[in-house]
Design a protein. Structure first.
Length: 402
């Protein structure tokens, strides 16, 4: 086993800020659909335990809102004292499998759903959101101060719960990403206009999170490299934001991603568009009707190519010295090793691990060299089902003739 580990760079250990990782693979945040009443459930813990026992260095609890108003669905975890016991049980479970516990903190901003929050969504500017089916309210100066405190309080709570890493969602059209994107951010004050102004609030949040998390926890953003459409955040701007964050000294690494939930939802999920399943499992009748009528025209398909974000990520690797987590369709052991050798310190996996939670340990044991995920993306639709996300492929489909 030792010889196999030594021959694969991806299985070597790494120091990420104050946290020691047993290898270079993390389970990235993906919507689980297993929380209830805004807290962690036993089902959610056991689902993540399968990745920890399966060999990942970190398993990331996803979509934890920093406030009640930042949620997109009613059962979404939001950070307050009532959630602390479940969060502690989650962290303890990951540690029991010799893995680290990660948590993703975010705020949906303009597409927070009023049916879940009972409030009007807020964002950089007043805009109509097809997700919330409302016009958002432009944030006031008081909102900026309050939300910065909420991010900091959420980070402090995560540290109290025993989490080792905190990921702040700065991608996919969530609140902080909305400020970076000229599509959403149409302000003409110090919070909008130039890239420096658009990045002001995200940078302020990251500094607050860094201070609140303390010295024991690694902190990093899930940062959009680009939004994937004209008029959104451009790649050159994403690189400059990375430079700003590095200069601030507020982050221990960068996890690079791309795409916008409203405009380019499949930019991150290359491969098939499971529109039929998305329509079938959507519980909101307005969204269901919208998907049925407009989905075929609005949800663009992006062909799958392994490590599809790698060409863009190389721009960031050249621009900053921070550790970088490469995300986006990495499915082969050879690709993971080459990415580490090229200077990407960590590999973030999502669908490949949903398909095979023990993928990392089986690769380490020499049993597998690539994931069986076929990029059908039906797991995306499964997130909307009562039982939560799962891979729809049977064992024969996963490991049959290829």
């Amino acid at each position: 086993m030792a010889d196999r580990q030594n021959s694969h760079p991806v299985f070597t250990s790494l120091q990420l800020g104050p946290v020691h990782l047993r290898n270079r693979v993390i389970k990235c945040g993906t919507n689980e659909g297993m929380s209830r009443n805004g807290v962690v459930t036993d089902q959610l813990i056991e689902w993540h335990r399968s990745f920890a026992a399966g060999g990942v260095a970190v398993s990331t609890l996803a979509y934890c809102s920093v406030s009640f108003e930042g949620r997109t669905f009613g059962d979404q975890i939001w950070m307050r004292d009532e959630a602390l016991p479940g969060l502690r049980r989650f962290a303890d479970a990951m540690h029991s499998e010799d893995a680290k516990a990660g948590i993703q903190l975010g705020h949906a901003g303009w597409f927070a759903h009023p049916r879940a929050t009972g409030t009007r969504p807020v964002g950089p500017s007043r805009m109509f959101s097809p997700h919330s089916q409302r016009f958002s309210r432009a944030m006031s100066e008081a909102d900026f101060e309050r939300m910065t405190r909420e991010y900091a309080a959420a980070a402090a709570l995560a540290a109290r719960a025993g989490f080792d890493t905190i990921e702040v969602h700065m991608g996919h059209g969530y609140l902080l990403s909305q400020f970076l994107s000229p599509y959403n951010n149409r302000r003409r004050d110090r919070w909008g206009g130039s890239l420096e102004n658009r990045a002001r609030f995200p940078r302020q949040v990251m500094r607050a999170v860094r201070e609140a998390a303390g010295s024991r926890v690694a902190v990093y953003p899930k940062l959009n490299m680009e939004d994937g459409f004209e008029g959104g955040l451009a790649l050159e701007e994403g690189v400059e934001v990375a430079r700003m964050l590095e200069a601030d000294g507020s982050v221990d690494a960068l996890q690079l991603t791309g795409g916008h939930t409203t405009r380019t939802p499949m930019f991150l999920m290359r491969g098939d568009v499971p529109l039929r399943e998305m329509i079938r499992y959507e519980s909101d009748w307005v969204r269901k009707f919208g998907l049925l009528v407009c989905g075929p025209f609005l949800i663009r398909k992006y062909e799958f190519e392994e490590a599809f974000f790698l060409p863009s990520a190389r721009r960031f690797r050249q621009a900053v010295k921070l550790p970088i987590m490469l995300l986006g369709g990495v499915t082969r052991l050879e690709t993971m090793d080459r990415a580490v050798e090229e200077g990407f310190e960590l590999i973030a996996l999502g669908r490949a691990l949903i398909c095979e939670p023990d993928l990392v340990s089986r690769m380490q044991a020499g049993e597998l060299t690539e994931s069986a995920c076929n990029h059908c993306n039906r797991c995306v639709a499964e997130m909307e089902r009562e039982a939560g996300v799962r891979c729809v492929l049977g064992e024969a489909e996963r490991r049959g003739p290829r």
